[in-house]
Each structure stands twice: as C-alpha cells, then as structure tokens.
Design a protein around this ligand. Sequence first.
Ligand SMILES: Nc1ncnc2c1ncn2[C@@H]1O[C@H](COP(=O)(O)OP(=O)(O)O)[C@@H](O)[C@H]1O
Ligand SMILES: CC(=O)OP(=O)(O)O
Ligand SMILES: [Mg+2]
Length: 404
Amino acid sequence: MKVLVLNCGSSSLKYQLFAMPEEAVLIKGTVEKIGSEEGTHSYKSDGKEGSVTAPILDHREALRQVLATLTAGEVGVLSSAEEIAAVGHRVVHGGEAFSSSILVTDDVKRAIADTIELAPLHNPANLLGIEAMEDVLPSVPQVAVFDTAFHQTMPQEHYLYPVPYVLYQRHKVRRYGFHGTSHRYCASRVPGLVGRDLSALKVISCHIGNGASLAAIERGRSIDTSMGMTPLEGVMMGTRSGDIDPSLHEFVMAKEGLSFDELTSMLNKHSGLFGVSGLSGDMRKVVEARAKGSMRASLAFAMYEYRIRKYIGAYAAAMNGVDVILFTAGVGENSPLLRGLICDNLTYLGVELDPAANDHGQGERLISTPASKVKVCVIPTNEELMIARDTNVLVTGMLAKEES
Ligand SMILES: Nc1ncnc2c1ncn2[C@@H]1O[C@H](COP(=O)(O)OP(=O)(O)O)[C@@H](O)[C@H]1O
Ligand SMILES: CC(=O)OP(=O)(O)O
Ligand SMILES: [Mg+2]
C-alpha cells in the first residue's frame, strides 16, 4: 500500500511517500514559505530532483501542489492520487489522551484541537494538515502519530512539576515530552548495534536537532525526558533557551519593557545558540565562527555541550546506570566535535570513545571502543518511517476488520 507521511509546520510541509510494507521511499519533498507569494516546493525521487516557486497561500494549496507533483509526468510516482491508500501525520502534542498512534476521527481531531494551548507553535499546523488532506482526498484513512505518545510511560513522580497538585488536576499541567517518535525509532535500532535486547538495557537517547531533547529509556520504556509541558524546557537548543529560572520572566519583562508574548517569543526564537552567539541558531554556522575565533560562538557551543552533558549525568542517576548513549538528529548525527567533547567528559561513567569511528564513520554505527563499558552509537533518525509503519499497521487492521 502507498502511504503518504506528512509533517506540517506553521509555514512548511515535509512529506514522504512510502510503498509499504516494503518501506521503499518513492519520493520525498518539502514545501516552504506557505502563506506567501513565493512558496517553494522541492522534491527528490529516484535520483531526480526538482524545485518550483509559486504562490502557495495555505496548507490546502500546498497539498494540492504536492499531489500534482506525485502524479505529474516527469516524476510520475503515482498514476493518480487515488493510489494513496493512507496518510500518516506527525502530531506534536497529544496531551494525556494518546499513548499510541490512532486512526483520525472527529473525536481525535477535537482532542488535538484541545491541546493547541500546550503546543501553539506546532499543533495548529498539524491539525490544518489533517483537515486539508480530508478536503483533498476525503475517503482516504488518516493516522495521527504523536511526539508525546512514547513518553506516556513516565511515572507520575517524574512527570509532575513541584507546583500545587491542583494545577495538574484542573489543567493537566505536567511534563509530556516530545520527539517520542524519534526516540522510539532510535531505541529500536539499539539491539542490532549492541547485541542485547532493549529489555536488558538502560539507554540515554540524545535527539539533538534544531529542537533538542534527551530521553531516559529503561527496558524500552521512556521514564524521563528533558522537554516538558511544551518543547521549550530542557537542554539549550538552536533558538530555544531550554531550562532557565522562571523568575527571569518578571525581571526581564520589567527591565526590557516586554509583554508576555514578546518574552515567550524571545525564549523560543531568539535564545539558545542564536541568542548567545548573536550569529545563528544553525550549529554549522556557530562551529564555523568558533573555528575562526569568535568568542561568543565559542561560548554558545560550550554552553550547549555542557547542558547536554549535565542531562546525561542526570539520567544515568535516574536509571542508576547507563548501558547505551545514542546520538541522533541534525547535530547529533553530524557533529563529531560535539559528541567527542561530551564523551571525553563521561569517562567516569565508563565511556571510551573510538575517535576514528566518531570522526570518520558514516551512518548507523558504534563510536565507542570494544572495551567501553557504556556503548555509544550514532543512529540517523527516521521519524517518517516510524509514522509510515504505524499508519500501515492501523489501516491494514481497519481494512481487515471491515472485510470480516
Ligand atoms: N554537519 C553538521 N554539523 C553540525 N550541525 C549540523 C550539521 N548538519 C546539520 N546540522 C545541524 O542540524 C540542525 C537541524 O537539525 P534537524 O534534526 O534537521 O532539525 P529539525 O528537524 O528540528 O528542523 C541545524 O542546527 C543544523 O545546523
Ligand atoms: C517538538 C519539537 O521541538 O519539534 P522540532 O524539533 O521539530 O521543532
Ligand atoms: Mg526534527
């Protein structure tokens, strides 16, 4: 069956079309600058690449363009859009309602809408993607795959904040955690690399992309994670601050004359690597500037590394040990410099890095020495494949039920 996977952001739409269960990627692409006269759609299929710039005023229009490309002559991965048997969506926040992926119904859409308050940057676009797809292909089943679902196994003493309990009772104020689809995928690859089953392992998964989070995974279940009620908490990120003293809000608002919205925007979009370096939230640019002697880039990098390392220490303590540390996502997969500095300061845990494997290897691999007590791996994440798998399983099950 052909499964279309969509990851809708506020102004972008990333997609991949899979043939399942073979797990072959037929085409992948990105539509950017949705809502502008200069929308761009770029795609790659079987060695062929293309890019189109055109006005793309909303997600519905973006989807129409994507479907037109999938069925167009020169790319031609589908003879008609009706060949799409199912659509899987990344949905960032599922609140407490979802601990696994689910077929989209009106109730599911209502529940996603109910959590918009908790993920205002992500959930509205995720919902828009689902509704736009319903408009364009109304009879195709859709599946929602939540970033939060994998972390629903956290025990209450780990997910509650030490604030009046009534805030949890009334408003579900708690840690939810994100990037769960990525942490789940990467954890599933660990047994193949270390030769031991997840049920016997304590794993620290470091998803270090633009957004970044760590997860403590004990016997295959998430028991803690660094992002919180929203994707702002935790380690320092590209443009997000991560952990700060909550009293900073009142102080900075008063001193700088900022509104609450302006402060929230500062913490989400103008902090992290970008805020400290004053240059960019893109790790490549920060590393380049650091190499040229920029003091602020060097400081930003050092803070970034230190905050990840502190969380690794915290999660080793949380699990009373660690067997595997894995690195994934844009920075985690591509920065031997960052991985090297982190691991060089984890010798107390029994981490022994293999510098050659760290610096020169490619793709999924071990980067610790055979003697290293804690195994360290690089695992390229694949959230889209995970979404395609869940979608395939749920839709195949639904169709079998309908037939019987
Ligand atoms: N070779 C590299 N070295 C360091 N950082 C890199 C490299 N390649 C990509 N990155 C960083 O990865 C980040 C994007 O990660 P990604 O997982 O794609 O993020 P997201 O999915 O959140 O947009 C950017 O900060 C980018 O600079
Ligand atoms: C939840 C989250 O932060 O996602 P991303 O890293 O894609 O921004
Ligand atoms: Mg990402």
